[in-house]
Design a protein around this ligand. Sequence first.
Ligand SMILES: [Zn+2]
Length: 173
Amino acid sequence: MPNLRESVAAALNSSLDSDDLHERPVDRLGAFSKSERIGTLLWRVKYDNDAKSYKPALLLLTRLFRKQKESRNFIHSICKCVLDEWLMDKCRHCGGNGQVIQAQTLVQCSSCNGTGIHRFKDRERARALKMNLDQVEKLNKRLGQIHDYLGDIDRKVNVKTNIELEKWKDYEN
Ligand SMILES: [Zn+2]
């Protein structure tokens, strides 16, 4: 499968009766739904543009990262900052392709060095969090941990969905 994430998103949008395909959209949905709740919510928001899943995903994330006695609003705002960064992670210059056309030639994007990823700077975070740069600097480690968590969950949903799909193929053979 070329891109499981896009494929699941397509399945979420499609009708469930296209049985001319060996691996039907409904199979992908079943596999997808076995992933953790936060993972499926995140996939819905990011790969299916499902706005309704944004709020529950953010609430779960806030609950996960809030330490005892910490202000809920504070953790909510830093989780929102990271979630928004994760959702809008494409390089602003090349749109995530890693390449741009220059003088009729395709060249590596100089903004992202070909990665296609937008790296958020402290001043962007300061704006999003309504904090000053010193405050943001102190929070960067924490923001990085939440980013790592989102990356891990994203990979886990991908792996788990693939495993479930393989199981079905075994039953069918
Ligand atoms: Zn770029």
